[in-house]
Design a binder for this molecule. Structure first.
Ligand code: DP6
Length: 328
């Protein structure tokens, strides 16, 4: 009745922002990501008789409040599916400093979905596992797979067609992502709340949704053709559009700091000088540079030299979520 799973974080090249249904966490747009080898969460789930709630430990520290409730609600789905009544002890750890502002719900809920269902003895398909992970966090569905992954928004009310599937595995194309950490403080408005606000108030929301299919088909083609220029251009475009939507939300969602903006200029300058590199940014101030393996060291040095950059984490494309320990 226990299992341990590891899942990698991911970064969206075509961004997910907005929900068509909050309760089932159904995305309003599809998204395409790459899984990141260097950032992972390892989670152990054990069903224990006699507990009165799920106990969550993050890097050995017990977590209460909002996060515990989110995890318990998620585990209720596993209990409902398996018929198991017991609560669990969940021990989760990230292989990167949590303070770095990189703590990701993607790797966390992917690892929890896999460890939780395995510990419960449930036999679920990969597709159903992505649907379950999605209910925990939209981006987590993509972390079930390695390589290049597409999340479908689906159209059904019950969310049965809002799942993730792989486009190509982690060995398909040797790209690198360089994460320039520009702040170690926790973000003020998380993605979930930010998306709700954007849907309610951003005048760009409709256009964002309407423009999404074109970005998705362009990105699918870029990956198929291994066209790095196309992949990079669509990534930057999708990122900037998402942030334009966020900036035009009331109250404004300004996820960048000064170094994030300097980083964007640096990447564009480097491109002007002949290095093919593109940026993307999620709902926080860290800047992620995407490049080909041959340019990794040079770009890393450039980012490290940028004032305000705390550190640069370099990563290859990572593999799928997997079980690393199991017992009855
Ligand atoms: C900016 O998956 O964290 O990283 O579904 O509410 O948990 P919830 O949101 P989450 O949002 C990710 C937003 C993003 C873009 C992306 O990863 O596609």
């Amino acid at each position: 009745m226990k299992a341990t799973a590891i899942a990698h974080s991911n970064i969206a090249l075509v961004k997910y922002w907005g929900k068509r249904n909050g309760a089932l966490n159904l995305p309003a747009v599809g998204s395409i990501s790459i899984t990141l080898d260097a950032l992972s969460t390892t989670t152990n789930v054990e069903f224990v008789p006699g507990l009165n709630k799920d106990q969550l430990f993050l890097n050995d520290i017990q977590v209460e409040g909002k996060e515990q409730i989110r995890v318990q609600n998620f585990m209720n789905l596993v209990r409902r599916e398996s018929g198991i009544k017991n609560y669990t002890v969940i021990k989760s750890g990230n292989n990167f400093p949590t303070a770095a502002g990189l703590a990701s719900s993607a790797s966390a809920f992917a690892a929890l979905a896999l460890a939780g269902t395995t510990a419960a003895g449930l036999k679920v398909t990969k597709k159903d596992l992505t649907i379950l992970a999605r209910i925990g966090s939209g981006s987590a569905a993509r972390s079930i797979f390695g390589g290049f992954v597409e999340m479908h928004k689906g159209i059904y009310k019950n969310g049965s067609d809002a799942f993730a599937e792989p486009l190509a595995d982690e060995n398909y194309w040797d790209l690198r992502v360089l994460i320039a950490v520009t702040s170690e403080s926790k973000k003020k408005i998380g993605s979930t709340d930010g998306m709700t606000q954007s849907k309610k108030t951003s005048p760009y929301y409709r256009n964002w949704i309407a423009a999404s299919p074109k970005d998705l088909s362009g990105m699918r083609a870029a990956i198929k053709q291994k066209n790095f220029t196309k992949l990079g251009e669509i990534s930057e475009f999708s990122c900037l559009k998402m942030h334009a939507l966020a900036l035009a939300t009331t109250p404004a969602l300004i996820y960048w700091n000064g170094t994030t903006v300097d980083g964007m200029h640096l990447i564009r300058e480097l491109r002007g000088k002949g290095s093919e590199v593109y940026f993307t940014i999620d709902a926080g101030p860290q800047l992620k540079a995407i490049c080909q393996a041959k340019d990794e060291h040079k770009i890393k040095r450039e980012l490290e030299a940028l004032p305000g950059v705390v550190r640069v984490i370099s990563t290859k494309i990572g593999g799928p979520a997997r079980i690393i320990g199991e017992s009855v």
